[in-house]
Design a protein around this ligand. Structure first.
Ligand code: ADP
Ligand code: MG
Length: 732
């Protein structure tokens, strides 16, 4: 299973590139590249009635397949025809010249694809072909209804099959594709592998399969790729979902066991001292904040490294909690030393955020004289400056690093630059991480000095996720929820605005801008869609919308754009100018989602709202609830469908982000949550997350296994799978 795929298939370069892009290197990767859906046979169309734009499934014979080069583009392609009793249609496969060589003239196939081209010149674009054998064809001909009195087997596009009898696999797999590799390729490749009878050892112990009534690996592979009926595919998907969640759990639980065996700095800060520190805050901590602080102080005392995740909506006051944890640490002397203090590293995902934390910390520590450092790609700073006790001073990186290594700077805030090798701490006791949750023992070990104790970890996130996902991916962390907002916040006013009533929203915005506030306008796209692409998204784009707003709606205000294709420097520049109120209106894609804090921005318009998930919309709207000004969120869907409005209405009624995340999961499913990219969970693993029972079962089994055999020495295959997973789930 771990042999490279190139041992089994002869591949051309575009195919190799496509497979690489899909992350398929080994035979195992290929077998675990699961169909994204199955097309159902039996609803074939006739060629005569086809219209452009339609997805069609047609039974017919192939004619004149040949390899060609695109007329202008010079793209290698295959072309040919499909004929049935009603006529013939052109077939075209771009970038897949090999297809022409795979089929002889006259081959009977079922072709599935999109009818493209203009009315009088339609063709099937990149159709997937499935051969129908002579015997199958024979069965077809028997079913030709007598009234049709036709001897042409193909004249009956909808053969009625006797119940229970399968003529050819009714369901055929449609795979996530990439340019150069089609579902067709996957189907034939998988078939070839099945024929080779390759040994596939099942990583899940047989007793466990039996207990949960799951198919074995071999059966499941056959069922998932070539199901005879939907039930088989379902059972197989369930098994693989269980397998994935189980593997993740094993990895996390093992991580947890390892952590608990490690030693860490024991932090002793009395309630009285912490109370005094907090008494200087300009506000009274919420009950939720106090509880979180209590839990953290308990962890810090225990002598083992803390691994805690603090989950709280935007604005719930996580920074203050981090400040208290930091205080407890920098209040403590290093072991066997009667001078100096333990150290804290505080990492943020962007430079802007790092600077904001730096400024917040300076305020929180006003009454507790310590040095605070800031390290980012664009410069290093220290507070206080030598000359003036209340000023920030810019210092060289070398100087900063020297002071951090010597322990003179106990608190260092920064971006990823913080965890580079060159940054050495003297007694790093606590790592605080904003919006980055996978940070395991090994990363902490890299930060700690050789053979020294592991630092404590406090992760913080405002990304609301459903419970099943939290249980799965945060299996190694203790969870604390900040489920209460600081008092005095005005609840954001959210309105769903019909596209035709945009003008009203704009007038409201103008009023706020005139009062000196700022605003965001969020669009789903960066550029205008390619006009040649017939079915391209019609969604609003940042660039076009910014122009329109600038010239037609808000000529009197400063406006700029922000999107993911800009360089980090450009992005930071725009954000800095927005922060300084040199920009009134920021037109952006959802990039502003990540923790940006501009309290003066109090209104957000979200265009194409139905393209975002509820929790994403909630995150976006969180950008404007950073102050005591009344905040507004205007949500503008593109369509006027009842269901869209109903779904968006949840934004008005839901109590918090977690509720919305659960709703997302139930209503829109998993795609919404980002899958592999964001969480390191595959699509099929994400499917499992709809099923709390399955997740809990996988978790229980993993826990028990690890308790009995923490190195998995009796399950070498499991150990290997877990290890390779851990390797892939690297820190980004
Ligand atoms: P987030 O959880 O999004 O990181 P912050 O820590 O940035 O939230 O806090 C948002 C704002 O609320 C800050 O200005 C902070 O000073 C303020 N704040 C935090 N806790 C309280 C509280 N208990 N009462 C009033 N304001 C608070
Ligand atoms: Mg924050």
């Amino acid at each position: 299973m771990s042999n490279p795929i190139t041992d089994h298939f002869r591949l051309i370069d575009t195919q190799k590139a496509a497979l690489r892009k899909l992350g398929i290197k080994t035979l195992r990767d290929l077998l675990y590249h699961f169909p994204s859906r199955y097309d159902v046979g039996g609803d074939e169309a006739q060629i005569a009635g086809l219209v452009s734009g339609q997805e069609a499934s047609i039974i017919g014979t192939l004619e004149k397949l040949e390899t060609k080069k695109g007329w202008k583009s010079r793209i290698p392609m295959s072309e040919g025809y499909l004929r049935d009793s009603t006529g013939r249609i052109k077939l075209r496969w771009f970038n897949q010249p090999y297809i022409a060589k795979m089929y002889a003239d006259g081959t009977l196939v079922k072709a599935v694809g999109k009818v493209s081209g203009s009315a009088d010149k339609i063709y099937l674009a990149n159709p997937q072909l499935q051969k129908i054998s002579a015997t199958e064809a024979g069965l077809f001909s028997q079913q030709i209804s007598p009234e049709k009195k036709s001897s042409d087997l193909l004249s009956r596009p909808r053969p009625q099959r006797p119940a229970g009898q399968t003529i050819f696999s009714d369901l055929f797999a449609v795979y996530p594709e990439s340019r150069g590799i089609s579902s067709l390729w996957f189907r034939s490749a998988i078939k070839k592998i099945f024929e080779q009878k390759i040994e596939a050892e099942d990583p899940i112990p047989p007793a466990m399969l039996k207990k949960y009534n799951l198919p074995t690996l071999k059966t499941a592979l056959v069922w998932i790729h070539t199901p005879k009926e939907a039930k088989q595919a379902e059972a197989a998907r369930k098994r693989f979902a269980f397998e994935e969640v189980f593997m993740i759990q094993l990895e996390r639980q093992r991580e947890r066991v390892l952590q608990n065996r490690e030693k860490s700095f024991s932090i002793e800060a009395t309630h009285k001292e912490v109370g005094e520190f907090m008494a200087e805050f300009p506000f009274e901590a919420t009950v939720a904040q106090k509880k979180a602080i209590e839990a953290i102080l308990g962890d810090l005392r225990a002598g083992h490294p803390m691994s805690r995740l603090l989950e709280g909506d935007v604005g719930s006051g996580k920074t203050a909690v981090a400040a208290v944890a930091t205080y407890a640490v920098v209040h403590t002397r290093p072991p066997a030393q009667n001078f100096g203090t333990l150290q804290v590293a505080y990492m943020a995902p962007t430079e802007i955020l790092a600077k904001q934390h730096f400024e917040s910390f300076i305020k929180f520590f006003e009454h507790f004289p310590i040095n605070i450092g800031l390290i980012t790609g664009s410069g290093c700073y220290k507070f206080p400056s030598k000359v003036s006790r209340d000023k920030i001073t810019s210092i060289s990186r070398a100087q900063l690093l020297k002071w951090v290594a010597g322990g003179e700077i106990p608190v260092l805030i920064g971006t990823h630059a913080l965890i580079e090798k060159s940054v050495q701490f003297k007694h790093l006791a606590l790592v605080v991480i904003d919006e980055q949750h996978r940070f395991g023992t090994s990363q902490r070990r890299k930060l700690a000095k050789k053979d020294k104790q592991l630092p404590h970890l406090l992760s913080m996130t405002a990304t609301p996720i459903p419970r099943t996902l939290a249980l799965t991916i945060y299996g190694d962390l203790d969870l604390t929820l900040l489920d209460e907002m600081p008092p005095g916040r005005k609840k954001i006013i959210t309105e769903i605005v019909k596209p035709a009533e945009r003008a009203k929203a704009y007038e409201h915005m103008r009023g706020l801008l005139q009062e000196g506030r700022q605003a965001y306008v969020i669009c789903p796209r960066i550029d205008e869609p390619d006009p040649d692409k017939a079915f391209a998204l019609q969604a609003k784009s940042v660039k076009a919308e910014a122009k329109r707003l600038k010239y037609d709606v808000f000529p009197e205000f400063e406006l700029d754009i922000l999107h993911s294709k800009m360089t980090p420097k450009e992005k930071d520049g725009v954000m800095a100018r927005f922060s300084n109120h040199e920009i009134d209106i920021l037109v952006a894609t959802s990039v502003v989602e990540v923790g940006v804090n501009v309290p003066n921005a109090t209104m957000i318009i979200i265009e194409g709202a139905e393209r975002f998930g509820l929790s994403q919309l909630h995150q976006l709207r969180g950008r404007v609830v950073r102050s005591n000004h009344q905040a507004y969120c205007f949500v503008v869907p593109e369509s006027r469908g009842e269901s869209t409005t109903a779904r968006l209405r949840a934004l008005v009624t839901a109590k918090n982000g977690f509720e919305l995340a659960e709703q997302d999961l139930l209503q829109r499913g998993l795609g919404e949550l980002g899958g592999r990219k964001q969480w390191g969970v595959s699509d099929i693993g994400m499917e499992a997350l709809k099923n709390l029972k399955l997740v809990e079962a996988a978790r229980t089994e993993a826990l028990e296994l690890i308790k009995k055999d923490e190195t998995l020495s009796r399950y070498p295959l499991l150990a290997e799978t877990v290890a390779s997973r851990a390797q892939h789930a690297h820190f980004e």
